[in-house]
Design a protein around this ligand. Structure first.
Ligand code: MG
Length: 155
């Protein structure tokens, strides 16, 4: 078994689409970035890569490369997960925490879990997504940004 940990944070910007775990969350702001800036998926990919010491998403999908502009991060996740399978591993489980002051994500969590399960050809029961706030503290609390943490176990 191998364990992996990933972290990501992005600035929030007015008018950007808010795509989290492949789900469009209705909101008048969203994470800014070169790709679709799907912060929890970025953290998840880094956890998968980290578990097998395969580098990080900056190495796999450099933001200096125009090819990845507005890239669908769930498609990138499929690429990363293919590498995991090629190394002889499958997902044991993933546990993701999204840190965001607003909007509330509870109504979207099940769909997010299904999107990630589909992308990793896994069972929804192996994928946990939690949302929390930092009680109006720090950059997530004042609406400057969004963060996500992911832990994975590969078997
Ligand atoms: Mg990122």
């Amino acid at each position: 078994m191998r364990i992996g940990y990933g972290y990501d944070a992005h600035r929030l910007r007015a008018g950007r689409e808010c795509v989290l775990c492949g789900v469009l969350v209705p909101c008048d702001f969203g994470p800014d970035g070169h790709s679709d800036a799907d912060v929890p998926v970025h953290a998840l990919m880094d956890a998968l890569l980290g578990a097998l010491a395969l580098g990080d998403i900056g190495k796999w999908f450099p933001d200096s490369d125009e090819k990845w502009r507005m890239a669908d991060s769930v498609k990138l996740l499929r690429v990363v997960y293919s590498a995991v399978v090629e190394c002889g591993y499958t997902l044991g489980n993933a546990d993701i925490t999204i840190v965001l002051q607003s909007p509330r994500l509870s109504g979207h969590i099940e769909q997010m879990r299904q999107v990630l399960a589909d992308a990793m050809e896994s069972d929804i029961g192996r994928i946990s997504i939690k949302a929390t706030t930092e009680e109006k503290m720090c950059f997530t609390g004042d609406g400057t940004g969004i963060a996500a943490i992911a832990v994975v176990l590969l078997e």
